[in-house]
Structures are given as structure tokens and as C-alpha cells.
Design a protein around this ligand. Structure first.
Ligand code: CP
Length: 304
């Protein structure tokens, strides 16, 4: 039985296989309409979500399966003090596969040790978000055709941004990747991640506070939200929340085929005026997220 807790749980070959299955689902959706008949997905969301939960649910329905679950810890017995371990031991009796989001880093890993069915990490605190990364990778493949020999700028909250952490982990698998880390000093990428990057010779990175200076060399710009829910101090959040706001004028020096990604939700960090720019790919990411979750559910259930 396989769970997906970190993107590094998947080999490069397995990521390629998932992406290729995703491309086939887009071309031949009818082929997949009954693949999960008789199977149930449980979505256990202890933290708010729109895209991840609903795309998992849409994915399972489009595969012909069923969905149970909760979208609010307050409506579950967690509100009475039940542990994550007990919750998954119980839900393993009701579902064939579980997607779990939790505000505590490591909660899905703990769940995977107690569950008798596969656990998918749908986001754990400021740690990892591997299925967002799969959505990002499918988008990059469709837009750029490759994961190697690209320059990727990550902009905003690189400290708590779990989507950033997981996508950087994934990119370390490929050759010729340059990463540009664009953030205020207070929201820099964690030291343990930079230490890991320092030991790799297939990937380089630089840090800067200037989006404008970084812009011309980027093939991909990955914008992120400064996440209010990760701050202990509201004054710090207010000071940092509008550090970077992408507007059409800031794109004047960008490559004509640069790809703008954002895991969403956005608040202020991308002006709606950018949405009509052909380089804006963040709503394509949303569609790709549902597709790649279909591929992942099938893989973890052992369905060809
Ligand atoms: N990208 C993402 O995780 O969005 P949600 O928080 O809405 O699930």
C-alpha cells in the first residue's frame, strides 16, 4: 500500500507516468469514467480549502467513484478531542483512500502510519503540498514541454509556503534548473532547504528581494500569497502582506513566453488586470489539479 506524503515519495519515472496519464485523461476522458466504480474517497479537511478538496472530490466523481468526508474539523469528532490517528483508523473502515489536510506539519505522515488505506497529504501546515506540485508539474509540462533547463522564480512567502517547498523538492530531480528566490528577508526559504540545495550540483539558486531585477531571466514565475494563517503576530502580517504585487507594467521586461503560476487563492499579489495576459496560467493550474488527482487516485488504488 502506497501513501503520498511528500513529492519525494514518487520517483522521476512515477511522476512522468502520472503526468502522461494526466495528458491521456485530457485527450480521452471517457476511457476513465468508470475506473473507480465501487471505490470511496474520504476527504478529511481539518483546514479550509476550495481547490484541493473540491478537485479531489470532482476527480473521484469523474472516475465513477464516491466521496465521503468533512470540510471543517469543527464538524468532526476532532472537536471532541479525537486524535488524527484514531480518526484515520476509523475512516479506513469506510473508505478505500483518504485525502487529508491538516494545519499541523507531519499530521498526514502520522495518519499514514495508522491507516490501512492510502493517505494523500493534501497540505500539512507550512510543510508540504505534494498534489499541488503534481498540478504545477502537469502545467509546466503542458506549457513548457520540459522540467529541465528552466529558470523558475518563486516570489512571496517562501518560509511558510508549502507549495513552494514541495515544488522545489520536485525540481531538484531535474538537470539545469535555476531557482530564483524572491522574498522579503523575513520570509526567506528555510535554511534546511537551502542547505539541501547547496549539496546538489544539478541545481543552482540565488536570493533577491527584487522581483523587477529577477523578471527578465525567468521562464516561470511562481507567485505566492503571504498567508495570514501562518503568522503569530498580525502586525508582521500587515507589514509584509503586500510585499509583491504583480501588475501588467511589471511584466514589460518579462520573456514573452514566461509562464505565471500561482497555487491560489490569491489576495493582492496578482492584479486581476494580469488575468488576460496569455502568460497567466494559474487558472489552467486549477484544471490540471483535478486531472492529476484523477491520475494519482488511480495509481494509489492500483488501477491501470
Ligand atoms: N492551492 C490550494 O491548496 O488551494 P486551496 O487551499 O483552496 O485548497
Amino acid at each position: 500500500m502506497r501513501s503520498l506524503i511528500s513529492i519525494l515519495d514518487l520517483s522521476v519515472e512515477e511522476i512522468d507516468q502520472l503526468v502522461n496519464t494526466g495528458l491521456d485523461i485530457i485527450e480521452n476522458p471517457a476511457k476513465y469514467a468508470h475506473k473507480c466504480e465501487g471505490k470511496k474517497l474520504a476527504t478529511l479537511f481539518f483546514e479550509p480549502s476550495t481547490r484541493t478538496r473540491l478537485s479531489f472530490e470532482a476527480a473521484m466523481y469523474e472516475l465513477g467513484g464516491h466521496v465521503i468526508g468533512f470540510s471543517d474539523a469543527g464538524s468532526s469528532s476532532a472537536s471532541k478531542g479525537e486524535s488524527v490517528s484514531d480518526t484515520v483508523r476509523v475512516v479506513s473502515n469506510y473508505a478505500d483512500i483518504i485525502a487529508m489536510r491538516h494545519p499541523k506539519e507531519g499530521a498526514p505522515l502520522v495518519a499514514s502510519m495508522k491507516s490501512t488505506v492510502p493517505i494523500i497529504n493534501a497540505g500539512d501546515g507550512g510543510h508540504n503540498h505534494p498534489t499541488q506540485t503534481l498540478a504545477d508539474l502537469l502545467t509546466i509540462r503542458r506549457e513548457k514541454g520540459t522540467f529541465g533547463n528552466i529558470t523558475v522564480g518563486f516570489c512571496g512567502d517562501l518560509k511558510f509556503g508549502r507549495t513552494v517547498h514541495s515544488l522545489i523538492d520536485a525540481l531538484t530531480r531535474y538537470k539545469g534548473v535555476k531557482i530564483v528566490l524572491i522574498s522579503p528577508d523575513e520570509l526567506k526559504l528555510p535554511g534546511y532547504m537551502k542547505d539541501a540545495l547547496d549539496k546538489m550540483d544539478n541545481i543552482t539558486y540565488v536570493e533577491t528581494t527584487s522581483l523587477e531585477n529577477a523578471m527578465p531571466e525567468l521562464d516561470i514565475l511562481y507567485m505566492t500569497r503571504v498567508q495570514k494563517e501562518r503568522f503569530f503576530n498580525e502586525a508582521d502580517y500587515i507589514r509584509l502582506k503586500d510585499s509583491y504585487i504583480l501588475t501588467p507594467d511589471k511584466l514589460e521586461n518579462a520573456k514573452s513566453d514566461m509562464c505565471i503560476l500561482h497555487p491560489l487563492p490569491r489576495v493582492n499579489e496578482i492584479s486581476v488586470a494580469v488575468d488576460d495576459d496569455p502568460r497567466a496560467c494559474y487558472f489552467k493550474q486549477v484544471f490540471n489539479g483535478k486531472i492529476i488527482r484523477m491520475a494519482l487516485i488511480m495509481k494509489l488504488l492500483g488501477i491501470e
